[in-house]
Design a protein around this ligand. Sequence first.
Ligand SMILES: NC(=O)c1ccc[n+]([C@@H]2O[C@H](COP(=O)([O-])OP(=O)(O)OC[C@H]3O[C@@H](n4cnc5c(N)ncnc54)[C@H](OP(=O)(O)O)[C@@H]3O)[C@@H](O)[C@H]2O)c1
Length: 448
Amino acid sequence: MSPYSAPNASRPPLRVALAGIGVVGGGVVRLLEANRDLIARRAGRAIEIIAISARDRHRDRGIDLTPYRWEDDMGALVADDDVDVVVEMIGGADGAALTLARQTLGAGKALVTANKAMIAHHGLDLARLAEQTDTPLKYEAAVAGGIPVIKAIREGASANEIARVYGILNGTCNYILTRMERDGAGFAEALAAAQAEGYAEADPTFDVDGIDAAHKLSILAALCFGTKLDIDAVTANGIRNIIAADIREAEALGHRVRLIGMAERDSAKNGGGLYQHVQPCLVPADHPLAYVPGALNAVVAEGNFVGRLFFEGAGAGAGPTASAIVADIIDIARDEYGPAFAMPVDALDQAPTADAGARIGKHYVRLIVEDRIGVLAEIATAMRDAEVSIESFIQRGTDGGDGGSEDGVVIAIVTHEGPASAIHAALDVLAASDHVVGTPMHMPILAL
Ligand SMILES: NC(=O)c1ccc[n+]([C@@H]2O[C@H](COP(=O)([O-])OP(=O)(O)OC[C@H]3O[C@@H](n4cnc5c(N)ncnc54)[C@H](OP(=O)(O)O)[C@@H]3O)[C@@H](O)[C@H]2O)c1
C-alpha cells in the first residue's frame, strides 16, 4: 500500500491500549479524542483506543472513560488479539511498567512509553527485545516531555557526528532556580512555591537531586553518540545546596545558575571516553539556556555539519507529554520505525567513562566561613596547595539568614582555568576545616 493513499482507503484502524490513566494517560485520551480526524488524516488511518487499565477502576479521572473497555489486569492488554500498540504511562524503572513492557515487546506488539526511568535502566534490553520481535519501541515523551528532541536527533540530525549534548532537563529545578533569581528567595522557599503550584512533588528528591535529569541525559547520550546506554556512568549533583547568594554572585559575574545535564565524548585520539554529568553550572547570560524560564526544558546538540541546534519547550504536563506520545503512535500507524537508539543495539559502542577530574575549566566556589582572623589565609593556602589559581575573591559580609549562613561570611571565588580535580582537592581540605560552615559549593562556569 502506497503512503500516498487516501486516509482510511483500506487500512484498518490502529488499535491502542493505554496502561496508566494518570496525568499523562488522561492527556493522551483527551488529545486522541480532540484531534481524532486530523490525526487520522496525518496517520493515514484511524487511531482507536481499544482498552485501558490503571490501578483503581473507580477513581474519578475527570474524563468519560465509559467508551473504552477497562481491563483490571494489565497483562490482558497484551493478550488481547485486538490490540496493536500498548502505551505504558505507569512510571517506575521496574515493577508493573517493566513487566508490561517486556510482555508487550515479547509478544511482538508495539510499545510506546513516557518512562525515562525504565528506558534509562532497561532501554538496551528492551531495544534488543524489540529487534528480536521486529516491533517498534518508541519513547519520545521520556526525554524533555513535549519537545520532539528524540525525533530531531534520531532523524533530522542523523547525518551528523555529535560531539556534545546538554541542556535543562528538569523543569522543577529550572522553576526553582528562576524563582530564586526573580524573588531573591532561598532554596526552601522556592521549593515550597514549586510544590504549591504543582511543579514539584511532595517528595522532590528525584527532581532536585538531579536523578530525573540523569535518566534523560543517559538516553540522549546513547542516541547522540551511538554508545550503549549506561545510567551508572552518569553522575548527578542537584540544587539543594544553592543559596540566594550564589544566584546574586552569578548575576554579578554576568551568568545565571542552571541545572545542566551535559554529555560529551572525547575524540578517539583521547580515548573516546564519555563524560555524563548533571550539576548546577554558571551559564553565560547571553547563552539561550540562560533565558529558559520557569518549568520549561531546553536541549542543545552540537553537530559537526549542522552546528548548534537548540530545542525549547514544555518538559512536562498532560498536554505536551501527550503530544509526544501521540506523535509516536502516529509514526507506528504509518509504519515509520527503526532501531530505538538509531542503530541496532549490537552496533552501539561501549564507551569508557571519561575522567571528569581532568576536565579543564573555570569554577565558581562559594564558602561560608566564620568571621575571624586567619580564615582567608586558610582558604588561600588550600587553593595554593591544590594548585588552584584564583581569578577573583569576594567577601560579602554576613548574609542574613540565607541557607543557614547567619553566623558566617560568604566568600565567592572565581578560579582561573584548571582541572576539576584540583578544585575537589582544595574543597575536601576546606570542608574539613572548623572555620568553614556547611558544605562548600562549587559550580563549573560554562564557556559555551
Ligand atoms: N507527568 C508528566 O508531566 C510527565 C512528563 C513526561 C513523562 N512522564 C512519565 O509518564 C509516566 C506517567 O506519569 P504520570 O505523571 O501520568 O503519573 P501518574 O499521574 O501518577 O499516573 C500513573 C498511572 O499509572 C497507574 N499505576 C500506577 N502504578 C500501577 C500499577 N502498579 N499497576 C497498574 N497501574 C498503575 C495509576 O493508576 P491509578 O490512577 O488507578 O492510581 C495511574 O493511572 C511516568 O513514567 C513519568 O515519568 C510524566
